[in-house]
Design a protein around this ligand. Structure first.
Ligand SMILES: Cc1ncc(COP(=O)(O)O)c(C=O)c1O
Length: 446
């Protein structure tokens, strides 16, 4: 008896459901249940076999406890919607975080992935592949960069940037100054670069050569520069740090310090890049051009991929043998990234991100006026949006996010200061309205 026969038997004769293995069930759930207008009766059966509760129990038994997960096992996504194993629907304003910029299961991305997977999944970087070349050409054509290095994640891209800054700079120059409140990743070097003590705790001694300047203070930053400094590393807008923008003057000041002291300016655009702020990269709107830039997150719309971009002159410091990545530039991930970029670069897409971001912030600003004890303001760029909490509001940050989860809205609390919203860039104003209405109800409750 095949899986489908078993399933239909189970629907007709409830006692039979026990014959369906979890593996078969998974396929059946995807192909049959979600697309066939499930009835509460169907979901009752699903619950018994593969519920959130059951999957949570299984997961908690086997995973290292690095995540405080919600009690939901996601099984399907479509556009801005996610569905869990109990059949609950969520409006996703997290996009995984800031990864699925074109939404879940975008048909063009799925098609690109499947096509490439049918041709070539992996080959060593000792050979060329077309998807890698196409991707590099596209990014270079739409940015300041002349050379690209491909890897698999944000932290790996920042590691490459740190190594490149050190090897490019003259002997004895190795220190990198980043900003307090920043987030640059979870590897040891990127944790050391991250300007938040909570990420360092327990991992000392951290790699040497990372300093953190107080946010917004140019003279303090300049005082930290000495003859062993090689670079300043910052996000143009701090995402994990609470959707905290760097003022244009401040960024221009940082750029001027780099010029004055002959330092490299490294922008971490891992969260702000790939259309998130309403331009392909945030630096384009800020009038500051970095020497090295990193990207990841939305680059492959969900497939793991990261990249470092720089000039030909700086890139020349990396030669065969100095840096590498087995999976970096994987053809399937690159094919997904090429398809993602084509959509983002189509006429009107980025302008629409800006327009929706402005609308969203205006709506949140109105909420701040309605609930001044909890919300102080809205900030961000494009669809990287933060609702800043007041001191009283901060005490309710996690509660607000949890109550929104209970209502079927996914978002998070960033930097212990702001509610963060990073929806798929295809989100509609109607979906923004739904979230704002739910948030208003929650704010009235706390
Ligand atoms: C600005 C920034 N840099 C680096 C990272 C690390 O990226 P990854 O988790 O892909 O290593 C993140 C992830 O949140 C990020 O937001």
């Amino acid at each position: 008896m095949g899986a489908y026969e078993a399933f239909y038997l189970a629907i007709l004769k409830p006692a039979c459901y026990v014959f369906i293995s979890d593996d078969n069930f998974h396929k059946i759930f995807h192909k049959t249940i979600l697309f066939n207008n499930p009835t509460p009766y169907d979901f009752a059966r699903i619950y018994v076999m593969n519920s959130n509760k059951k999957l949570k129990e299984r997961g908690d038994k086997v995973f290292v406890g690095t995540y405080a997960r919600y009690p939901a096992a996601m099984v399907k996504g479509s556009g801005c919607r996610l569905f869990d194993a109990d059949g609950r629907e969520y409006l996703d304003f997290m996009a995984g975080i800031a990864v699925c910029a074109l939404g879940h299961a975008h048909p063009k991305i799925t098609e690109a992935i499947c096509r490439q997977a049918g041709e070539l999944v992996h080959v060593s970087n000792l050979y060329y592949t077309l998807p890698q070349i196409e991707l590099a050409e596209m990014i270079i054509a739409h940015s300041f960069g002349e050379k690209l290095f491909l890897c698999n994640s944000g932290a790996e891209a920042n590691e490459a940037a740190i190594k490149l800054a050190r090897i490019y700079s003259s002997a004895g120059r190795y220190k990198i100054i980043s900003l307090s409140g920043s987030f640059h990743g979870r590897t040891l070097a990127t944790v050391a670069a991250t300007g938040q003590a909570k990420f360092h705790k327990g991992f000392e001694p951290l790699p040497e050569g990372f300093l953190h300047a107080p946010f917004g203070d140019l003279s303090a930053l300049e005082q930290m520069i000495d003859s062993s400094t090689c670079a300043i590393l910052c996000e143009p807008l701090q995402g994990e740090g609470g959707v905290r923008p760097l003022a244009k003057d401040y960024l221009h000041g940082i750029e001027a310090l780099c010029k004055k002291h002959d330092l490299l300016l490294i922008f971490d655009e891992i969260q702000t890049g790939m259309g998130r702020t309403g331009s392909l990269f945030a630096y384009e709107q800020l009038g500051v051009q970095p020497d090295i830039m990193t990207m990841a997150k939305a680059l492959g719309n969900g497939l793991p991929i990261g990249a470092l971009l720089t000039s030909e002159k700086i890139a020349a410091a990396f030669v065969p043998g100095t840096h590498a990545s087995t999976f970096g530039g994987n053809p399937v991930a690159c094919a997904a990234a090429v398809a993602t970029l084509k959509i983002m670069l189509a006429d009107g897409f980025l302008a629409d991100v800006k327009r929706k971001g402005d609308y969203f912030r205006a709506e949140l600003q109105a909420l701040a006026q309605q609930f001044p004890a909890i919300l102080s303001s809205a900030r961000g760029m494009g669809l990287l949006v933060g609702a800043v909490l007041t001191e009283q509001g901060v005490a309710h940050g996690t509660e607000i996010v949890n109550k929104m989860f209970d209502r079927g809205f996914l978002m998070n609390f960033a930097g212990n200061v702001a509610l963060r919203f990073v929806p798929p860039l295809i989100v509609t104003t109607e979906e923004i309205d739904q979230l704002v209405a739910a948030l208003a109800e929650v704010l009235a409750e706390v």
